[in-house]
Design a protein around this ligand. Structure first.
Ligand code: HEM
Length: 479
């Protein structure tokens, strides 16, 4: 990777990691291969100090982390430390598999998830499986887990295929279209049908329909500059403020309307969808869940369940259109029914462009990561992005090469797009089923025009890393 440079005015310029040419080593995890590296002195670091450094980190975190990890290669203890203005705790960034394993297998009582401190907390609320910790989290996860595994996911396959078919039908040809838009409609329909048990989209009630539309509006806000500002305003608050408060009030109104409709129907004992499950569930004290507890859970599943998946689809085709040889091979694999290649393609996409680039744990006790002591009170952030670009794990890590995963069962602390440990993504099997189906169908049926523009810039929005232009593609023809 190109070295960091420093301007005569002391501004640290870091290269854009996503534009690193193929065949290049990252310099992370392979000190010997690294070229000369500029180590900025205190004056240069000061140039990015305080609030401006924090904002810079928010907007360009990938570039900053790559540059800092390459510099730290001199020590290579695999821990980067930051104190960012506005962040609730000092941060220790981990990117070595042994440190990550140590964190992910530690007692959860001293390493609870830091999601309650994340920008998602004011949106999903305090009573969601994403933000809850300890016993409450265990109970909610145990309640929901069967709906996202094994047979349940196989049952969602029909709705994945139906939604994909509708998405392809509505895709205009000959004009540039951001793939996130198409994929969001697909993933929203799939998660709505899982939650509400909708077998046929024409059965959606007006209340459910306006809830879907309100959720899409919320998603669109989060990927605009206004959304970034909203994120900064809400950074230290557990309750929504400003524009977010207003937008959420509209979404909540639609969710409560749907809830009232379902309670009035009173048919949850005879249904097996997620909404029915939540309506019949009881707390540890034998009380039914309150409307606001159910709202937090629904909001979590609706948000976690579709922005991540749709942006992964967008990144997949953003990468494929920049790598024509891989694109041709993937099309052939889809036409030949080569599922192993499609699986490898999904893994490689999530390796090079993990849509959730970090997962966090609060450290309630001091930790020693290979001799680097991190005091209690820090947030340990696993940089999935850096981990996935280590030279010692992935040769030429910036190359897009699905075949590196053929016949390989990835180690859970080396490839972790879904996080890990007891908080590993609840919806991972559903997401993988969606990604494989959507990829296969687009590859088989859509001829995308490739173009030679540089890769799309990653935009960091809430806790995600998404393609700045939404994975802009031209469909020449659709079968
Ligand atoms: C490509 C798609 C997806 C990616 C990359 C992704 C990634 C993640 C990550 C990194 C975490 C945090 C794990 C940790 O802290 O270790 C997470 C948590 C979670 N995800 Fe996903 N996710 C995806 C799709 C989904 C889907 C389809 C659902 C289903 C509704 C879902 C529901 C959840 C939930 C409920 C949690 C919280 C789990 C807990 O704290 O126990 N996700 N996801």
């Amino acid at each position: 990777m190109a070295a960091t440079t420093v301007s005569p005015h002391g501004i640290v310029r870091v290269p854009h990691w996503h534009l690193t040419p193929p065949g290049t080593a990252s310099g992370i995890g392979s000190v010997a291969d690294r070229g000369p590296v500029a180590v900025p002195d205190a004056r240069q670091r000061f140039a990015l100090g305080g609030l401006s450094r924090s904002l810079h980190f928010l907007r360009h975190q990938g570039d900053v982390l790559f540059a800092d990890a390459v510099r730290a290669g001199e020590r290579d203890d695999g821990v980067l430390r930051y104190a960012l203005r506005g962040a609730p705790r000092p941060i220790a960034v981990l990117y070595r598999p042994d440190h990550i394993k140590q964190l992910m297998t530690a007692d959860e009582a001293i390493t609870p998830s830091s999601t309650r401190l994340s920008p998602l907390a004011p949106i999903v609320g305090p009573d969601s499986v994403l933000t809850a910790v300890g016993e409450r989290h265990r109970q909610q996860r145990a309640l929901l887990l069967p709906r996202f595994h094994g047979k349940a996911v196989a049952a969602y396959q029909a709705s994945i295929e139906r939604a994909t078919e509708a998405g392809l039908r509505a895709w205009p040809t000959g004009t540039p279209v951001p793939l996130t838009g198409i994929a969001q409609q697909i993933t929203l329909e799939v998660i709505m049908s899982a939650i509400f048990g909708i077998a046929d989209p024409s059965e959606v009630t007006p209340a459910e329909k306006s809830m879907g539309a309100a959720i899409l509006r919320l998603m669109r806000l989060s990927s605009t500059p206004l959304g970034t500002m909203t994120q900064v305003i809400n950074m230290r608050s557990s309750r929504p403020l400003g524009l977010l408060k207003l937008t959420l009030a509209l979404v909540d109104r639609t969710i409560y309307r749907v809830l009232a409709e379902r309670r009035a129907a009173g048919d949850h004992d005879s249904r097996d969808d997620i909404m029915a499950l939540l309506l019949s569930a009881q707390t540890a004290d034998g009380e039914p869940l309150s409307d606001s507890e159910i709202r937090d859970e629904l909001m979590t599943l609706l948000l976690a369940g579709h922005e991540t998946t749709s942006n992964t689809v967008a990144w997949m085709f953003e990468r494929l259109t920049r790598n024509p040889a891989v694109y041709a091979q993937a099309r052939e694999a889809a036409r030949d029914g080569d599922d192993a290649y499609i699986e490898a393609l999904v893994n490689e996409t999530m390796r090079v462009r993990p849509v959730v680039p970090f997962v966090g744990r609060e450290l309630l006790a001091p930790f020693d990561f290979g001799g680097h002591r991190v005091p209690a009170g820090h947030t340990a952030l696993v940089s999935i992005l850096l981990l996935h670009h280590r030279d010692d794990l992935y040769a030429q890590p910036f190359d897009f090469r699905p075949e590196r995963f053929l016949g390989v069962r990835p180690n859970p602390h080396e490839l972790m797009p879904f996080g890990g440990g007891v908080r590993r993504c609840l919806g991972a099997p559903l997401a993988v089923a969606e990604l494989q189906t959507v990829a296969r169908e687009i590859l088989r049926r859509v001829q995308l025009r490739t173009h030679d523009r540089p890769g799309e810039t990653p935009r960091y929005s809430n806790v995600t890393m998404i393609p700045a232009r939404g994975g802009l593609v031209y469909a020449e023809s659709i079968d």
